[in-house]
Design a binder for this molecule. Sequence first.
Ligand code: GAF
Length: 393
Amino acid sequence: MKNELITSVKATFTETFKNQPAHIFMSPGRINIIGEHVDYNDGYVLPAAIDKYVCFAMTTHESDECTIVAKDLNDSITFSINDEVKPHEKMWVNFFFGVLHQIKEKTPLSGFHIVFSSDVPMGAGLSSSAALECGFAFALSKLYNLELSKEEIALIGQKAEHTFVGVNCGIMDQFASVFGKEDHVILLDCNTLKYEYHKADFKEYALLLLDSKVKHTHLTSGYNDRRREVEEGLALIKTTYPDVKSFRDVTEYMVTAIENELGPVNFKRCLFVVKEIKRVLDAVKAIEAHDFEKLGALMFETHQGLSQNYEVSCEEIDFLVDMVANDANVIGSRMMGGGFGGCSINLVKKEAVDNIIEKVSAAYKEKYNIDLEAYKVAISEGTTIYKDEHASI
Ligand code: GAF
């Protein structure tokens, strides 16, 4: 898959610009084992980069002309590097402009040609947008010798999302895309950005993603609403408990004690956050102890919380999780990512993966008349420059 993607992007580049691309960059999507909607709440998350990528073929040149070709969308944009960079009506352009805007503030750039294509499914909760933003920032850093650190690249990606895309996301997706390490999950402390890698060896179990094909169109509004609700909740908690600095200091007892003040909605949201932060740390212990039954049970708990308390799941994803909940071959399942559609992530006995796909696909088709897509993902390296005979960095 990876090689086919690179070959096709290079071919389009050569056809469009009549020369070979100077460099190829690969920027991966991500999964998240556990720790959902807690990255913007100073919690911990446990993501990993996967073997699905946005591939960029790129060359810089002396003139001011910039052209970006979105191969999969059959679209392109041409502009001068000296133009003011403003939010654009086309969303895909904003992933680039949000980054370019910040980099141009740091340093003058010359023009460039880019072709990009992706096998990270869009709107499936696998962070195709973070892969785009971070891959582009990484490419600019390499090509113009900006020497941005990985952390700076992730933060630039996140800021692009806030300022040009309109989603007030946390740092998890960008961090996972940039810091990904083959066969490892990343325990990230979203408060300090300290992180550690843990071997992602689930022994007899495999990770399986089931894509509901429900595109999370409510993500922008729903996501920003959730952020506002928990910020309001935390502000109230702090008035009662002045020592509380962030959700990390909040206990279930505290939330429950001021349930009436919080009101029913913010109470549920805050309770979820406090429980989810704890679940991540329990999940890491379970992984270290090879207690995958425990890990799976935590994943199911997360799903219940996301569905009922945080209310970011949807009927179709709930169906996918319910379908496997009583199957002995599936020890964990939950919605993954921002929600309102996208994928479920499942921990499945390796030998049963194909049967599970068959069984769930048939039931899903019958219920919703949607052809489910299943991804057997491998955990991969973060954003990289692809070295081949044409690479010169
Ligand atoms: C989206 C956001 F971009 C992340 O920052 C994170 O909050 C996630 O939803 C939910 O865990 O992917």
